[in-house]
Design a protein around this ligand. Structure first.
Ligand code: FCB
Length: 440
C-alpha cells in the first residue's frame, strides 16, 4: 500500500465493520428466532441452505477478534446489536444478550477502539415478522423501544450510533426483489416497507434525542447509477433506479420528500397518511454513514413490471460478487451527497470492500486484488476530501469472512480468513497491508 495514514486528516478514523447475524452465531446466548433463521430454511433462498446459527462463533471468540482489530491499528469498530438477541420476543429484554454487548463494548474500550453501533442490521425478531414485519407500522414503533433498551445499557460508551443499515436492502431488496428476508415480491409490501423503515429511523432518532445520545445518524447504501446507453428510455430507467436506491432515503432525511420517479409507481400502495410522517423523518442527523460497493448500468426493460429495470454487465474488472470495481464512483457519490443533500454534515464510509475467490489460492492469502481494491477506494476518499467533502472515517467491510446473507459462506469479504470447520482465524495479506499503513 503506497498510501500512508498521514495522507489523511489527523483525526480521520480507520475501522473495520461487521454485523451481528453475520458473525455471532445466533444459536448462542438465548437469542430469539429472527426472520433470517426462517428465510434461510426456505428452498433456494440461501446458497447451500446455510444460516447464521454458528457463523464465526464471534459470540464466544469476541476477545480474540477485538485483539485482531487492535493489532491492525484500527481506531474504530462498526458492529451491530441483534434485535432478536436483545429482545427475543420483540419486546422483553434478554439479560444474557445485554450482558454480552456490555462486555463487548468494554472490550473495545479496553483496547482503545471506538465503538460505532448500528441498531438494525437486519435481524428482525420472528415475533415481529409474525405481525407483518416492516409492512406493519407497529414494527417501527417497537424499534423505538428496542433503541431505548440497547442504549440504556451501552449508550453511554458509543462514539456513534446509526439507526438502520441500508434501508434500501431492508425494504426494496427484501420486499420487492425478494432476495433477502422475508423474500417477498410484492409492490404493496415494498411501498409500506419503504416508508416504515423511515418511520423507524424517525422513531429511533427521537428516542436518542430525548436521551441526549451523542452522534446519532443512519447508514445508507449508494451506487453510482448510470444509463447503459444514451437512449431516453435508458436514461429514464437510470433515473428511476437512482430515485428508488439513492434518493428515496437521503432525500426524505434532508427534507426533500420522496422522489417523484419513485412515487409514480409506489404512490397507490403507500400506507394511509404517509405524508404526515415526512417532517419527523426530516429531523436533523449528526452524521451519515455511506456504504459503497459498485456502480450500476441500467436499461429499460418493458418485459418487467414497473420500474421496468434491467441491468447490464459493464466491462470493468469484477469482484467475486460480479460487481464492477469502480473506485471513482465513491468520490462521485460523496461529492453528490455534499452538493445535493447533506452539505457539510460529517460523513463516514461505513462499508466498502470486496469478495474474492480464495478457493484457488490453496491457503495462500496473498490477496493482491483486495489490497488494490482498498487502496483505490482510499484514494477516492482522499479525492472527495480534496474536493471539500467532510469525510472523517472509513470502515472496511469486513473484518472476518462471514455469513454473506443469500450467498451463505461462499463469498469471502474478510481481511481475516475464517476456516468454517475449525473456526480458526488467519489474517490475509490485506490485513497485514492495512496494519503496515495504520499501526502507530
Ligand atoms: C452490505 C451489507 C453487509 C454485507 C455487504 C457485502 O449490503 O450491509 O452486511 O453483506 O453488503
Amino acid at each position: 500500500m503506497k498510501l500512508k495514514r498521514t495522507d489523511f486528516p489527523p483525526d480521520f478514523r480507520f475501522g473495520a465493520a461487521t454485523a451481528a447475524y453475520q458473525i455471532e452465531g445466533h444459536s448462542f446466548g438465548n437469542a430469539g428466532p429472527s426472520h433470517w433463521d426462517t428465510f434461510a430454511k426456505g428452498p433456494g433462498n440461501v446458497v447451500g441452505a446455510e444460516d447464521g446459527a454458528i457463523a464465526c462463533d464471534h459470540y464466544h471468540r469476541w476477545e480474540a477478534d477485538l485483539d485482531l482489530i487492535r493489532d491492525a491499528g484500527f481506531d474504530a469498530y462498526r458492529f451491530s446489536t441483534s434485535w432478536a438477541r436483545v429482545t427475543p420476543d420483540g419486546r422483553t429484554p434478554n439479560p444474557e444478550g445485554l450482558d454480552y454487548y456490555d462486555r463487548l463494548v468494554d472490550g473495545m474500550l479496553a483496547r482503545g477502539i471506538e465503538p460505532y453501533l448500528t441498531l438494525y442490521h437486519w435481524d428482525l425478531p420472528s415475533a415481529l415478522a409474525d405481525i407483518g414485519g416492516w409492512t406493519n407500522r407497529e414494527t417501527a414503533l417497537r424499534f423505538g423501544d428496542y433503541t431505548d433498551v440497547v442504549l440504556d445499557r451501552i449508550g453511554d460508551r458509543m462514539a456513534g450510533v446509526a439507526t438502520l443499515n441500508e434501508p434500501w436492502c431492508v425494504a426494496w431488496l427484501s420486499h420487492f426483489l425478494g432476495h433477502h428476508a422475508p423474500g417477498l415480491r410484492d409492490i404493496r409490501a415494498a411501498a409500506r416497507a419503504m416508508h416504515h423503515v423511515m418511520v423507524a429511523h424517525a422513531e429511533s432518532m427521537e428516542r436518542m434525542r430525548a436521551r441526549g445520545q451523542k452522534n446519532a445518524g443512519i447508514v445508507l447504501n449508494f451506487e453510482a447509477s448510470y444509463p447503459a446507453t444514451d437512449s431516453a428510455a435508458d436514461k429514464a430507467a437510470a433515473a428511476r433506479q437512482d430515485a428508488i436506491f439513492n434518493r428515496w432515503f437521503i432525500g426524505a432525511i434532508c427534507g426533500q420528500g420522496y422522489p417523484e420517479e419513485a412515487l409514480e409507481g409506489l404512490r397507490p400502495h403507500m400506507p394511509a397518511c404517509w405524508e404526515d410522517d415526512m417532517a419527523r423523518i426530516a429531523a436533523p442527523i449528526d452524521w451519515l454513514g455511506v456504504n459503497y460497493y459498485t456502480r450500476g448500468l441500467l436499461k429499460e426493460d418493458r418485459s418487467q413490471p414497473w420500474p421496468h429495470l434491467g441491468s447490464v454487465t459493464g466491462p470493468l474488472d469484477k469482484t467475486q460478487m460480479g460487481w464492477e470495481i469502480y473506485p471513482d464512483g465513491l468520490r462521485e457519490v460523496l461529492c453528490r451527497l455534499k452538493d445535493d443533500f447533506v452539505g457539510d454534515l460529517p460523513m463516514m464510509v461505513t462499508e466498502n470492500g470486496m469478495a474474492r475467490d480464495e478457493s484457488q489460492s490453496n491457503g495462500n492469502m496473498g490477496d493482491v486484488e483486495r489490497i488494490g481494491f482498498i487502496e483505490g477506494h482510499f484514494q477516492a476518499a482522499l479525492d472527495a476530501i480534496a474536493a471539500g467533502v467532510n469525510l472523517n472515517g472509513f470502515f472496511y467491510w469486513s473484518l472476518l469472512d462471514n455469513f454473506e446473507w443469500a450467498f451463505g459462506f461462499e463469498k469471502r469479504f474478510g481481511i481475516v480468513h475464517v476456516d468454517y470447520q475449525s473456526l480458526k482465524r488467519t489474517p490475509k495479506a490485506s490485513y497485514h497491508a492495512l496494519k503496515a499503513m495504520l499501526y502507530r
